[in-house]
Write a protein that binds this ligand. Sequence first.
Ligand SMILES: *Cc1c(COP(=O)(O)O)cnc(C)c1O
Length: 421
Amino acid sequence: MNLKKSEALLQRARQIIPGGVNSPVRAFRGVGGTPPFIVRGDGSHIFDADGNSYIDYVGSWGPLLLGHRHPAVMEALRAVLEIGTSFGAPTEREIQLAEMIREAIPSMEMIRLVNSGTEATMSALRLARGFTGRTLTIKLEGCYHGHVDSLLVKAGSGVATLGIPDTAGVPAAFADSTIALPFNSVAALEEAFEKHGNHIAAVIVEPVAGNMGCIPPAPGYLEAMRELTAKHGALLIFDEVMTGFRVAHGGAQQLYAIKPDLTTIGKVIGGGLPIGAYGGRADIMSHIAPVGPVYQAGTLSGNPLAVAAGIAMLTELKKNPAIYAELEKKTAALCASAPAGITLNRVGSMFTFFFTGAAVTDYTTAKRSDTARFGRFFHHMLERGVYLAPSQFEAAFLSAAHTEEDIRKTAAAAAEFFAAG
Ligand SMILES: *Cc1c(COP(=O)(O)O)cnc(C)c1O
């Protein structure tokens, strides 16, 4: 495969941007090789600087539920360009987007728009601490909530071990405010609440984990989490930045019928533009400035372009509720090609092929995957025009723009790999 121009661009990028990329996973460290530099997207496809085209299963890491350059989103963006790109003052569209979000996710009684998923989770946690007057947060090992200092922590050895930071630059005091527990273990939650119950401000969780590959919640897990948080006066925060408007119109909380206290969203609600949002119970959200004492602000928050793209996106989804059933059907058809020895996890149009024969239910079992074999699979697919996330520990996404032809080609390329062993 010819990637000469991408190779040259990567060389140039590395001179000025660390690793040549503005977000680490884009550098292909998990699979080796040169990342194609993308010049254009259209529907289910992306095109690189060397003229290669790919069926795209990354979809900008989740936002592009309707594919690249959906006409409704493009039209909304063109309309906003006529009036201005930013005012730093309230606009009517912000109310409209917030109302559309609340209509789909009723637990988000009040909503604040921000610029990324990271900002949303960071703000929701600050609010949880401000509201409860407590400092500790429980997170689940392998769940990613953006690059928030206190959340870049994975579990130590014991169940209730206080965190050790996963990255340089996080003060121990921040890491110490986080307790990391194994995903899908009710016993671990119970033990942590028994020990630290009075100090836990919130549990934050990806209700369907997507950032260690796709891992659904075990039956009863989210229910137990809801019960324990309520019993101990801690808030339950669903981080639905990936799952919101993805696994169902109302997100994972609709799918599993659980009502969290706070929810964070992003990705799909921006139609491909930078956005995030957090919201929840009105009595909690009323603690945010200027109404309450918890400060949170943003120069470009509620940006007209991002908000207009979001409204267009959510309008399309509301008009076509059948999209979710179609995505489910198409993704199930694609995933039917998983051979023996591979563990397939899927929720709606989010899925991961884990290169292990054993069930993957948490971070420990996910890490048993054969990542070297995944790397070979990744490059086999890339060479055949299929662009997957360049890491075993990511979810793949189908969009409404993927055709049966795309799925047939993808399944054929995968079958070729597995037939060769
Ligand atoms: C992507 C993601 C984030 C971070 O969002 P950014 O917009 O990249 O800051 C947070 N939580 C989850 C579950 C995500 O998938």
